[in-house]
Design a protein around this ligand. Structure first.
Ligand SMILES: [Zn+2]
Length: 495
């Protein structure tokens, strides 16, 4: 398939070598990932784009005429970033009962796409959305190319807790029926829609690019959440394999990751930060892992399962408890002042209060330190996996909960920084955000590298991303579907 596309592109190039193109970028250093440890670097090359696609990458003296030319002397081109774990439907931290909630939500949704673009995210995957949801995301404003997965919770299971059985079909269109469900409360036609195999077939038909299941029986050592049974997981994986859909799994504890691995899933949507009986012995992220954690990590390496560390989850759950966290000036790149004011108001602090309550006797600092220890767990597992050849994906899980400390785009950038701090070198980091995500989600013919035939979603950077992670915050222009936009237009002050 890939070969064909490249061949076609080549033919077009030959035939139209002197025809005018939409955009020509000259004198660039073009950095295109090959694998997680290999990258192609071409200096003084030009790149032509027409009708939203990359046409040619070359250093030939003769260049095609172009409607628009960008001289990128001293600058760097990389593929646009994919954040493969985003939740696009709700303003982070929104209190749905607030009188201004609808107004805030509308204003947020209108500019959400720009926040992502400001930080160079030109593709997003929402693992729990629908074709309709993605269509409205695209309609609202300029936005990254967006894809969705069908999320398949079970009744009373994680991500469907508190939803009445009669409302489940409407609120969780891809929920999976499980033995013991009160099926008499729904009509037979609704029930038959939710058999595991039928759901996978249906979500594929609806345009989902993956199937997501939840392996979560409760936080930490709790087992208070109904868990999907093995029969269902097996059926989902079998059908997804037949449909050529990757299976993405929510799991963050050693026991749940084990279940995922036993079932040969494709993508682990979270890092392993819940180590159950095994605790960290210090802050050094390169320390050897406890026995059980290492056993699971070795399973990930053997199976070469894609791993989304999603360090942003524990980071943003910690930071929402940190006093004055919103004073971080970076928030002023994505948040308007009304939103910062609301977040710091009594109403806006509702989730921070929730996070800080019910910990029996711990001080605020002890609570923060406890969650920080989970962040270190996640970093240590990532460090181990990356060092040993694990396949890593950039997926921030923005927002993972109603925490205002996870904002679109900015969280993706912080995720890159945290991954780098955990030992992912800059070549691997670029791959995790580009080629690895493209491969994991079956999007390789469209994204992931700078090659003829691919969609022209490209970043023009002022500094070299193979020298410093800060290059991802030093973006000159974002090329989206072949159109170049100065980064500045996506800054909150210009929206
Ligand atoms: Zn998520």
């Amino acid at each position: 398939m890939k070969k064909n596309i490249q061949l076609t592109a080549l033919l077009i190039t030959t035939n139209l070598a002197y025809a005018e193109v939409d955009l020509l970028i000259t004198d660039a250093t073009i950095i295109s990932p090959i694998t997680q440890s290999e990258v192609s670097i071409k200096t003084n090359h030009w790149l032509s784009i027409n009708e939203g696609r990359i046409i040619e990458v070359s250093d030939k003296a003769k260049k095609p005429p172009a409607k628009k030319i960008i001289n990128a002397n001293g600058q760097f081109l990389i593929p646009g970033l994919t954040d493969s774990h985003t939740h696009l439907r709700t303003m982070p931290g929104l209190l749905k009962t607030d009188k201004d909630a609808p107004k805030m939500q509308t204003a947020y949704l209108k500019r959400q796409g720009s926040n992502y673009l400001y930080y160079g995210v030109t593709q997003v995957v929402d693992p729990a959305n629908t074709a309709q949801g993605i269509a409205s995301f695209k309609e609202l404003n300029m936005s990254p190319n967006a894809y969705f997965c069908g999320a398949m919770p079970i009744y009373q299971g994680y991500s469907a807790q508190g939803i009445k059985y009669q409302h489940l079909n409407e609120r969780r269109p891809y929920y999976v029926h499980q033995h013991g469900d009160p099926t008499h409360l729904n009509t037979p036609s609704v029930n038959s829609l939710h058999e595991a195999q039928a759901v996978v077939k249906r979500l594929k038909k609806d345009g989902a690019i993956c199937a997501k299941i939840f392996l979560e029986d409760g936080f930490d050592k709790a087992t208070n959440i109904r868990l999907i049974n093995n029969e269902n997981v097996e059926q989902i994986v079998d059908e997804a394999n037949r449909q050529n859909l990757p299976v993405m799994v929510h799991a963050n504890a050693t026991d749940m990751h084990s279940v995922a691995l036993n079932n040969h899933v494709d993508i682990l949507a979270h890092g392993i930060w819940n180590w159950l009986d095994e605790h960290q012995q210090g802050d050094d992220i390169s320390l050897a892992l406890p026995k059980n954690v290492q056993r699971v990590a070795d399973g990930i390496l053997t199976a070469q399962t894609y791993y989304q560390p999603s360090l942003n989850v524990m980071r943003s759950l910690t930071d929402v408890m940190v006093p004055n966290h919103l004073d971080n000036p970076k928030y002023k790149t994505v948040l308007p002042s009304w939103q910062i004011s609301w977040y710091t108001s009594a109403d806006g602090q509702w989730f921070a209060r929730e996070m800080l309550s019910g910990w029996q006797g711990l001080t605020q600092q002890q609570k923060i330190d406890y969650l920080r220890s989970k962040q270190i767990n996640g970093k240590r597992v990532l460090n181990y996996l990356y060092k040993n050849g694990g396949k890593i994906l950039l997926g921030s899980d923005t927002p993972p909960a109603p925490t205002y400390a996870s904002q679109p785009g900015l969280s993706t950038f912080w995720e890159l920084q945290d991954m780098h701090d955990s030992g992912v070198d800059l070549v691997g980091l670029l791959a995790s955000a580009t080629i690895n995500n493209a491969k994991a989600y079956g999007l390789e013919s469209k994204y992931g590298t700078i090659q003829p035939g691919k969609i022209a979603n490209i970043l023009l950077l002022n500094s070299n991303p193979l020298v410093s992670v800060d290059a991802y915050d030093d973006i000159h222009s974002i090329i989206l579907n072949g159109n170049a936009h100065k980064r500045e237009i996506f800054h909150i002050r210009n929206l």
